[in-house]
Design a protein around this ligand. Structure first.
Ligand SMILES: [Zn+2]
Length: 60
């Protein structure tokens, strides 16, 4: 029986994004607080970091 790892409490949304846009990482916004490796959730009009809850308004 394999033990499930529940250590990492990372938003699944972020991982999904990371996976899907693997070849277009430039498109993903990187969190200025957490640094490279932490991508912000892509919302309609803003970016949101699920790690440090940093919010940035998306430029049009
Ligand atoms: Zn962050």
């Amino acid at each position: 029986m394999a033990k499930k790892k529940v250590k990492n409490k990372v938003s699944p949304k972020i991982w999904k994004k990371y996976k899907v846009s693997g070849d277009k990482l430039e498109r993903s916004k990187i969190c200025p607080r957490c640094g490279p490796g932490t991508f912000m959730a892509d919302h309609k009009d803003r970016y949101y970091c699920g790690k440090c809850h940093y919010l940035e308004v998306r430029p049009k």
